[in-house]
Design a protein around this ligand. Structure first.
Ligand code: LLP
Length: 418
């Protein structure tokens, strides 16, 4: 599942002691395993080999350049959601023809940049957006490919904040509107209406919602076929869940076994957009213990990482396993593991049985490789932490810790206040 393991009582990432990486990077910091990324990517690639999908890594989950380059070198494309992600993806040298672009609010500048770059597909989320892409493509004298992101109105059975596939959500186009658009394709002469896209949510651990959504899409494809609509691509999105605690998510192999024959029957080129499945368990957040505080009602282990570094527990009540970097026989007791930020939501664990560590000890917050660093902020004027990648027995800081100068750049006191 991942390459963070104890050897002789010490947590390693592949063949590197987490403690050694901490000595170089300082704490807190994110640590990624190259091998785990490769392993997870390969699991999907192998399981879905019969339909040779284009696997577009959802770079919103982790956009570290070393992570992206690792996946690009394995043949991945990228699922992007902004002009910034487009530019960063291109930095890896990826072929723009392997980039798909979703987002409910693409701006004119983002659309033009993506058209000029020659991306594979715009995953279009509304009729006005389609009209805008058509208009801009006309002005540029090009004809980009477009897939309609359809909203299959299916519950993903996951956290409410990461459910995207019901009509209560802002994402995608309802089937009736999508059919109307595709039947009147000649109204949009500057785009090639080439496919359908779905993405129903994230951290989905059972296969039922995927099957329900796919069944709807396939029935819809049949309707379209009768309408005389010809398509080339089917993008089935991301969303495969991972193990944070005791989940038993479907494996890539299980998922493939359940959907391959249906996918093959469509005759379409298949695109997938996994994020968390590839990056989630390939990264940890390492923090140092500052204090153990006992207010006679409760114990709090205060560490030097905060909700600004990893917001998932605060935002989604997400569970992350936490382990000491050096194994200890210290007595375990119930405590909250918290950061230094001035909010009660600044916690990593509540009422967790955890050993009584000392000031200076290191802890690893597991499964932080997806939606970790990318959601970090500068709240409380804290620089975002460095990111480190391990490959075998080598490691390198791939992104520096933000300094005070980085944080204050571009900020001035107005003349009228001087
Ligand atoms: N494709 C689209 C269009 C998406 O919106 C997403 C994620 C993905 C693919 C990748 O989904 P994944 O395979 O990673 O589940 N911040 C939240 C997760 C937000 C997911 C947003 N969309 C969290 O920390 O749980």
């Amino acid at each position: 599942m991942h390459d963070f393991k104890y050897k002789n009582g010490e947590l390693y990432c592949e063949d590197v002691k987490v403690r050694d990486a901490a000595a170089k990077a300082g704490t807190p910091f994110y640590l990624y395993s190259h091998h785990t990324l490769v392993d997870h990517f390969t699991k999907i690639k192998t399981a879905f080999a019969p339909v040779s999908p284009l696997i577009c890594f959802a770079m919103k989950s982790n956009d570290n350049l070393a992570v992206l380059k690792t996946l690009k070198d394995l043949g991945a494309g990228f699922d992007i959601v902004s002009g910034g992600e487009l530019k960063k993806a291109l930095r890896t040298g990826v072929d723009a023809g392997k980039i798909v672009f979703a987002s409910v609010g693409k701006t004119e500048e983002e659309i033009v940049d993506a058209i000029r770059s020659g991306i594979l597909l715009f995953n279009v989320e509304s009729l006005p957006e389609l009209e805008e892409i058509n208009r801009l493509a006309g002005a540029l004298n090009t004809r980009p490919r477009v897939a309609l992101r359809i909203n299959p109105d299916v519950e993903a059975l996951t956290h409410v904040k990461i459910t995207t596939g019901t009509l209560k959500n802002k994402f995608g186009i309802d089937l009736k509107t999508a059919r109307k658009i595709l039947r009147a394709a000649n109204r949009y002469p500057h785009v090639s209406l080439s496919g359908l896209h779905i993405h129903i949510g994230s951290q989905i651990t059972t296969r039922a919602p995927f099957i329900r959504a796919l069944t709807k899409v396939i029935a819809f494809l049949d309707v379209l076929k009768k309408d005389g609509v010809r398509l080339e691509y089917l993008d089935i999105g991301g969303g495969m869940g991972i193990i944070y605690k005791d989940e038993k998510p479907q494996t890539a192999q299980d998922f493939a076994a359940a959907v391959l024959s249906r996918l093959r029957k469509t005759g379409l080129k298949i695109i997938m957009e996994p994020g968390r499945f590839i990056a989630g368990n390939a990264g940890i957040l390492v923090a140092r213990v500052l204090y153990l505080k006992d207010n006679s009602f409760k114990k709090f282990l205060i560490v030097d990482a905060g909700m600004n570094d990893l917001i998932r527990p605060a935002l989604y009540d997400a569970y992350h396993e936490i382990v000491p970097v050096v194994e200890t026989k210290a007595r375990k007791t119930k405590m909250d593991i918290v950061g230094p930020i001035c909010e009660s939501g600044d916690f990593f664990a509540k009422d967790r049985q955890f050993p009584i560590l000392k000031n200076g000890d290191l802890v690893a917050i597991m499964s932080a490789g997806a939606y970790g660093y990318v959601m970090a902020s500068n709240y409380n004027m804290r620089g975002r932490p460095p990111e480190v990648m391990v490959k075998g027995n080598c490691f390198e800081i791939t992104k520096d810790r933000e300094t005070f100068e980085d944080l204050i750049r571009g900020e001035t006191i107005p003349a009228f206040l001087q």
